[in-house]
Design a binder for this molecule. Structure first.
Ligand code: G6P
Ligand code: MG
Length: 220
């Protein structure tokens, strides 16, 4: 049977996680809240509104839904401004080479992202042709750590979740992969979480990590 690879986008295929952080920092600063490393890591993988709720935990006033929606819209405007600068050169050589090589080897490949901006990023950077399926934040009811995004991605690839490997940089994403019944590879911030099946420190290590999982799962 085929094997599926489901990639998170922000912080895995491209460093847009930095732009998410900078956009939230600008919005939070108006409320007198600082987005430190710890808070920024908690925002990885979770939805736009869940991110705002997380930031507001450090705030002493209760905001109305209209105020929250205005802040989330402001964050997205700033984030989209950063995204305008993206080009195919925004994808690292490591990532491009790994995707081309995995594609040639016949893996079925998907993006599974909580972001409603994922299709825009995939188009701006030329990532789209590498993937059979892109599941983004507008296609799911529940963002990570809910497994919905990965269950949909596996189903879009025509594979059972336990025949798919998720590559993630967030704790919420590793939890989502585990709940979906997928195997998982941690990168970046998720490495220290320690709950993925294996971890990589750079994209060049991806083929070895996939091999470790293939053996663990005893796939033919
Ligand atoms: C990704 C990012 C999160 C972000 C979420 C929603 O999962 O890691 O930090 O909150 O997407 O993104 P959006 O672009 O829809 O606001
Ligand atoms: Mg991510």
């Amino acid at each position: 049977m085929r094997t599926g690879l489901i990639f998170d986008l922000d912080g895995v295929l491209i460093s847009t996680d930095i732009y998410h952080r900078q956009a939230w920092a600008a919005v939070a600063a108006k409320l007198g809240i600082a987005v430190d490393d710890d808070l920024a890591d908690q925002l990885r993988g979770i939805s736009r509104m869940a991110s705002l709720e997380c930031i507001l935990r450090g705030y002493d006033r209760t905001l109305s839904m209209e105020e929250k929606e205005a802040l989330a819209a402001e964050k997205n405007r700033i984030y989209r401004w950063f995204l305008e600068s993206l080009t195919p050169a925004s994808i690292s050589r490591d990532v491009m080479e790994a995707l081309s090589s995995l594609r040639r080897q016949g893996y079925s490949m998907a993006i599974g992202s909580s972001s409603r901006n994922a299709p825009f990023i995939a188009d701006r950077t030329g990532l789209r042709p590498f993937f059979d399926v892109i599941i983004d934040g507008s296609m799911i009811r529940n963002a990570k750590p809910d497994p919905e995004v990965f269950i949909l991605a596996a189903s879009g690839l025509g594979l059972p979740p336990d025949r798919c490997i998720v590559i993630e940089d967030s704790e919420s994403g590793i939890e989502a992969a585990r709940s979906a019944g997928c195997f998982s590879i941690a990168t970046g911030n998720a490495v220290s979480y320690g709950k993925a099946d294996t971890a990589i420190s750079s994209f060049g290590d991806l083929p070895d990590a996939i091999e470790i999982i293939r053996r663990k799962a005893a796939w033919q």
